[in-house]
Design a protein around this ligand. Structure first.
Ligand code: GCO
Ligand code: MN
Ligand code: MN
Length: 387
């Protein structure tokens, strides 16, 4: 029996804000004592994580003095080293402070927009200092409760202006960042702009530096919108734009839950892991989740270990599925190749003529077997551990 220990090649990461979450929710205050970035690194080192990510203010409080900031950075760098952790990704907190109550890059106030860009430049400096090469943009407050309050077209233009400016800043500083946009349909705003990953995939080609920009899809966010997350990730992968991924779990139709990876929808989690492994995704696998509000720090460790272990187990299950002779033979039956397929690969008048003359009998075609019941049951049996 394999031990399913976290494999550093899979780059399992956690944010300071994830294992450091103190369990506050809209109905109640904290249930866990806050622990410092150094203590979080120790915890992550203990459970075997590969890296740690942060928002600027997870590491350095927004009101810290320059002296305090220097001390915090020094301690953090030591904690990274002591625990063998790297920082693959950094991001900006553009949502907690009251200044961002009506958005950051899309605020109606030009001075708030300028402050948001300035804060991001400083946070990019901080991320680069810690070695981050991926910079995430999650527009938590970029949205509205009422469309009376902001012009949605103007908001897209404002967001583009900010990103174009920041791409050029990264280039001018030689930071080598790749930007990853994270979509979410709602929470904390009633309606957040760029609601799904596909919205960003359409936005990226309109930027000055599309080659620097990709996406950071999150399981919970697409599930909140009732969408198939695996398909969103597939679209990003196919476009060469999957730069980062936020793994967690979420019941459909509920509040933003940020559950442990695989906790709620095991079958979706399986197909997600299978997709990432089959297509050799090699970016960080970031668990943007937090432990249940009932957890103490021992249970927080169980949560972090559980995220990684579930991924490792599902990876093994995906390999088993790919090696299963019966499953493979069913896949062969289903995926029928035929020389006619070559004709539609490329349009030419000769191919158009060939296709028009091809004897394609719709009644016979509809009779071809599609043993999907059998295939799905075998998949479930792999997952349930009886194969
Ligand atoms: C959320 C988001 C955030 C972002 C983070 C990084 O629902 O709150 O998932 O956790 O991922 O701010 O930008
Ligand atoms: Mn989220
Ligand atoms: Mn996230």
């Amino acid at each position: 029996m394999p031990d399913f220990a976290p494999d550093s090649k899979l780059k399992f990461t956690f944010g300071l804000w994830t294992v450091g979450n103190i369990g506050r929710d809209p109905f109640g205050g904290p249930v866990r004592e806050a622990i410092s970035p150094v203590q979080i690194c120790d915890l992550l080192g203990e459970v075997g994580a590969y890296g740690v990510n942060f928002h600027d203010n997870d590491l350095i409080p927004i009101d810290a003095t320059a002296q305090e900031a220097e001390r915090i950075k020094k301690d953090f760098k030591k904690a990274l080293k002591d625990n063998g952790l790297v920082v693959p990704m950094a991001t900006t907190n553009l949502f907690s402070d009251p200044v961002f109550k009506d958005g950051a890059f899309t605020s109606n106030n030009a001075r708030v927009r300028a402050y948001a860009i300035q804060k991001t430049m400083r946070a990019m400096d901080l991320g680069a200092e810690m070695g981050a090469k991926i910079y995430v943009f999650w527009g938590g407050r970029e949205g509205v409760e009422s469309d009376a309050t902001k012009d949605p077209v103007e908001s897209i233009k404002r967001f583009r202006e900010a990103i174009n400016f920041l791409c050029k800043y990264s280039i001018s500083q030689r930071y080598g960042y790749r930007f990853a946009f994270e979509a979410k349909p709602n929470e904390p705003r009633g309606h957040i702009y760029f609601a799904v990953t596909g919205s960003y995939l359409a936005f990226i080609p309109t930027l000055d530096h599309p080659e620097m920009c990709g996406v950071n899809p999150e399981v919970a966010h697409e599930h909140m919108a009732g969408l198939n997350f695996v398909h969103q990730v597939a679209a990003a992968l196919e476009a060469g734009k999957l730069f980062h991924i936020d793994l967690n779990d979420q019941e459909f139709g509920r509040y933003d839950q940020d559950f442990r990876f695989g906790q709620a929808n095991l079958k979706h989690a399986f197909f997600l892991v299978k997709l990432l492994e089959d297509y050799k995704y090699n970016g960080p696998r970031h668990f943007d989740a937090h432990a249940l509000r009932t957890a103490n720090y021992d249970d927080v460790k169980a949560f972090a270990r559980g995220c990684m272990r579930t991924y490792m187990i599902l990876r093994e299950k995906a390999a088993q599925w790919n090696d299963d002779k019966e499953i493979q033979s069913l896949l062969k039956t289903i995926n029928q190749d035929d020389p006619i397929g070559r004709v539609t690969k490329k349009f030419s008048s000769a191919n158009a003529k060939k296709l028009l003359g091809a004897p394609l009998d719709r009644v016979k075609l509809a009779e071809e077997p599609l043993p999907y019941e059998r295939l799905d049951q075998l998949t479930m049996e792999v997952l349930m551990g009886v194969r």
